[in-house]
Design a binder for this molecule. Structure first.
Ligand code: NI
Length: 526
């Protein structure tokens, strides 16, 4: 443990940037021994049993973006949270493009701990633009007990423990790297032994109340600071924004490995990252229940000799499960009806270029004519929907006829893709009560009708789609027309530039919204 006489938090008085500046100005004296360096336990998602990863990447003339996120089983909350955070970061990046050069944003995820009880993931983002590079990192922790995704602060017993971790880091910086590290972001501390005083802060130190023992909101009433409560952990993470602990991992030595940028630690002799150790003994006193479970999982590989038993194989609507929370993002579902056809292959190539997922409402009678296309759709993550056997008007059919037609089409699709179409699009958008009562799948209409079957004009189709698409839109095209397929590159380029994410119909709607026999036009955010 760090010997403490008093810890005084001045984070309400010192801005993080001011503290960082102090840190950067720190002088160096000669360090004779090899500075202490931790080895962080970080594992690529693919190396965790039962986990996979998916990479999304798009290269255009104005930018290069990519992100890799972990797949923990269909619709697992950590998968959704990680991907959604990365997708949102990408949108923010694309929005800020100035139009000069070809800036790049690459995001990645590594696993810090994985067991049936807890999974920790580290999200990194590297931006390069005009020869300048920036790096961001943070961690998210899935707690199976509460089912919540929590910030790094939840690994600690309370905020006093977080302050103690900062002091331990300060000590490593001072003793190991010869720099006065006590001005770590968010903390100014005094450590036993006398000579460690934050310069110029004596009065403030003396004047400040012993805030380590009271709630940071400090309304006078001292209250316990437990961070097992998700709300408290999130509030604490807000308050500690800019702390090096935002990028922590467990170390091979059983303590913490806290990453700092080499530019912040002059004399480290490292170029990629400096990993400051907090010893196992110190860590012991600081962690919360979740923190202990996470450390255990990190050190023992979670005891995973079998697949991680997390998540359901699917959410009932799609085999891959939901991976994006479109309620928090700009998403659009592009849909293509009446195929497959001779232009569908070209369309799949275009979609691939933008790592876009789409939904194909196919006719059951055509499925057998294009088995390779059907397989490709499924393999590349597109969704195959039911558009009846031969484009019949469902509202004109009896219950029995509807059942027969939809059932036959479901089966044709299942045979080539391995799963039932999760949704139905009624031809002509025509349906009635009998249809609603008969079908076992949601009925999906659209809010943006490009009228591509009528005007057969590539420019008109793309500009209509670009003008009318809003977040949550379901856009109607027909991939049997060459003019429509030729319009898609401009649609994708324009919407990608505006930060849109191209998802399937079941992904664009909020979880659990789609019900059998329900009729839906779009998932627009009200
Ligand atoms: Ni149709």
């Amino acid at each position: 443990m760090v010997p403490l006489v008093a810890v005084t938090s001045l984070r309400r008085k010192l801005s993080v940037s001011a503290v960082l500046a102090l840190l950067l100005l720190s002088g160096c004296h000669t360090v004779e021994e090899q500075p202490p360096h931790a080895e962080a336990l970080r594992t690529p998602p693919e190396d965790v049993p039962g986990m996979r990863a998916r990479t999304m990447a798009v290269t255009t003339e104005h930018s290069v973006v990519s992100y890799r996120f972990p797949l923990l089983g269909g619709g697992h909350p950590l998968t959704v949270e990680t991907r959604t955070a990365m997708a949102a970061r990408q949108t923010a990046f694309l929005e800020r493009l100035s139009g000069e050069g070809t800036p790049e944003l690459h995001q990645d995820a590594t696993i810090l701990a994985a067991s049936p009880e807890v999974v920790g993931v580290r999200l990194t983002a590297t931006t390069s633009s005009g020869g300048e590079e920036t790096f961001e990192a943070r961690t998210l922790w899935y707690d199976d007990e509460s089912g919540q995704i929590l910030p790094w602060t939840s690994l600690f017993r309370d905020e006093k423990a977080i302050e103690q971790a900062h002091l331990a880091l300060a000590e490593v910086l001072e003793e190991g790297y010869g720099m006065p590290g006590r001005q770590l972001p968010g903390i100014v501390g005094e450590v036993a032994g006398g000579d460690r005083k934050a310069p110029g802060n004596d009065t403030e130190n003396a004047a400040a109340s012993p805030s380590a023992d009271t709630a940071p909101s400090g309304d006078g009433e001292p209250e316990p600071l437990g961070l097992s409560d998700p709300e408290r952990a999130r509030e604490a993470a807000q308050r500690w924004t800019g702390s090096p602990l935002e990028d922590l991992a467990f170390s091979t030595a059983g303590g913490l490995a806290v990453r700092m940028d080499p530019s912040q630690v002059p004399g480290s002799g490292r170029t990629d990252e400096v990993l400051l150790p907090v010893s196992a003994a110190d860590t012991e006193d600081l962690l919360s229940g979740l923190g202990y479970r996470a450390r255990e999982a990190a050190l023992n590989d979670g005891g995973l000799d079998d697949d991680l038993p997390l998540g359901e194989p699917g959410d009932g609507l799609s085999d891959q499960g939901r991976t994006l929370d479109c309620q928090r993002l700009r998403c659009v579902a592009l849909t293509f009806d009446d195929g497959p056809g001779e232009h569908t292959d070209e369309l799949l190539d275009t979609l691939e270029e933008y790592d876009a997922r789409a939904t194909f409402y196919v006719l059951g009678s055509l499925v057998d004519d294009f088995p390779a296309l059907m397989e490709r759709m499924a393999e590349e993550g597109h969704e195959v929907g039911n558009h009846t056997w031969k484009h019949g008007d469902l509202a004109e059919m009896s219950g029995e006829e509807i059942e027969e037609d939809i059932g036959r089409t479901n089966e044709a699709v299942r045979e080539v893709t391995g799963s039932d179409p999760p949704t139905i699009r009624p031809p002509y958008g025509s349906l009635d009560e009998t249809v609603r009562e008969t079908v076992d799948q949601p009925l999906i209409l659209w809010d943006v009708d490009t009228l591509d079957w009528k005007n057969r004009d590539t420019g008109a189709v793309s500009s209509y789609a670009l003008e009318h698409t809003v977040p949550g839109s379901v856009v109607l095209f027909h991939d049997i027309h060459e003019s429509s397929v030729k319009a898609v590159p401009d649609v994708l380029a324009g919407l990608h530039r505006r930060g849109y994410h191209f998802v399937t119909v079941t992904d664009v709607f909020p979880a659990q919204v789609l019900e059998p026999g329900g009729v839906y036009t779009d998932a627009r955010l009200s």
